[in-house]
Design a protein around this ligand. Structure first.
Ligand code: SF4
Length: 397
């Protein structure tokens, strides 16, 4: 049963590059951002058009990017650098200013390389390693002030706090609606799949935010009509898979396609192009520092070091989401040379082992050479989950 609004969104995404071009001809500026703690509301409130630069899945661009960045940078960063080198991505072509954060130092490296080789106007937001200390929070507040000042210079206007309040309210509504929609995909007799919701989430990165919110409300209304009360429960026929680890950007469908082709049903994720960045963002004060602090207080990114596993909010959130979406197995996916998530693989597996939830670790890149090997491993994993679920159902009976 197709959700009609999803078609509208797909069409709007196709039209968007030409629309951005026109808006720029009329004097508006587009800020392309990438990172994990970029306070997008500030960009929006200053009158810029924010779009997220998160692309992947093209091994050729990775190779091109490797000529500028180190070949030991992650494939995600190398592809972004490669895309700036070729300048063929319809969204990248429309960027006037770039905003990168330094949550992951590889992201910071991409900013340096792009500024140096492609002469782009790049603003970098510093991010504290000790994000849970008061001193770290104070530092990030000051970084947000400086980030705002640099954007104000480019906008030619000062940040109006009333406008910032409006942007925060708009983004809060988007996050709240996305969260409601997300629960439908994990429900029994779902009328929308995780893959469709994943696409829907990524559309926020590129569309006009007010229009996007209206389309989200329309999507939610359609879902509510088709499935009044979504109930999340295990169905004997499913292998309910949760995806964790490195981000999966626009254009990278390898892992998702394999999981679904071998009969896995994805029901949740905690990746940074999925639902996670939209959860638990509580902005208490309408100011650049207040917005930035809301970002920093979300589930921390794996690139930020935290050693106490008992109080690690990343692991706590993972457990919460696994329980909420009734996942039966975790695929922990790491991209080649993505050190933050690769370093955290062992501790994640160790912690999940205590909950007796099966974990499959996948290490991959955008090239297709490991496709068959991945398929074999994923097929066996999905089969094992199904057998386990069937045995549990028999015991219950
Ligand atoms: S977190 Fe991983 S994938 Fe993301 S920029 Fe850092 S190294 Fe690359």
């Amino acid at each position: 049963m197709a959700i009609k609004t999803l078609e509208v969104i797909r069409k709007r995404l196709e039209e968007r590059p030409a629309e951005l071009k026109k808006l720029r001809e009329n004097g508006q500026k587009v800020v392309g951002w990438t990172g994990y703690n970029v306070p997008e509301e500030i960009i929006h409130a200053l009158g810029f058009i924010p779009i997220r630069i998160a692309i992947g899945g093209d091994d050729r661009l990775v190779e091109v990017g490797g000529r500028y960045a180190s070949s030991k940078n992650c494939v995600f960063i190398r592809e972004i650098v490669g895309a700036f080198s070729e300048n063929e991505d319809p969204f990248i072509q429309q960027t006037d200013i770039l905003a990168f954060d330094a949550t992951c130092l590889q992201n910071f490296r991409a900013a340096e390389v792009i500024e140096y080789y492609f002469k782009k106007d790049v603003i970098v937001l510093g991010v504290p390693r000790n994000f849970y200390w008061e001193e770290g929070k104070e530092y990030f507040g000051k970084e947000a002030d400086e980030f705002t000042r640099l954007l104000e210079e480019r906008a030619g206007v000062s940040l109006d706090l009333a406008k910032l309040g409006e942007s925060v309210a708009l983004y809060n509504d988007i996050r709240k609606t996305l969260k409601s929609i997300y629960s439908f995909q994990a429900a029994k007799d779902n009328v929308i799949s995780w893959v469709e919701v994943f696409d829907l989430i990524q559309a926020v990165d590129l569309l006009d935010k007010k229009e996007y919110l209206a389309l989200l409300h329309q999507t939610l209304a359609e879902l509510q009509e088709l499935q009044h009360n979504p109930v999340i429960e295990v169905d004997g026929n499913d292998a309910r898979i949760f995806i964790s680890g490195s981000l999966i950007p626009r254009g990278d469908r390898k892992l998702i396609n394999i999981i679904t082709s071998v009969g896995g049903r994805i029901v949740g994720d905690d990746i940074w192009t999925g639902i996670l960045p939209h959860l638990d963002l509580d902005i208490k004060e309408i100011s650049p520092a207040g917005v930035a602090l809301g970002y920093l207080n979300r589930t921390p990114h794996a690139a930020l070091p935290y050693l106490d596993l008992e109080s690690d909010r990343r692991l706590k959130k993972l457990h919460e989401l696994l329980a909420e979406f009734k996942a039966q197995g975790v695929i922990y996916h790491t991209l080649r040379y993505c050190d933050p998530f690769t370093f955290k693989a062992k501790e994640t597996k160790d912690v999940l082992a205590k909950s007796a939830i099966p974990v499959l670790e996948i290490h991959t890149e955008y090239a297709g050479s490991d496709y068959e090997a991945l398929r074999t491993r994923l097929e066996a994993f999905v089969e094992m989950i199904k057998i386990k679920a069937e045995s549990a159902a028999e015991v219950t009976v």
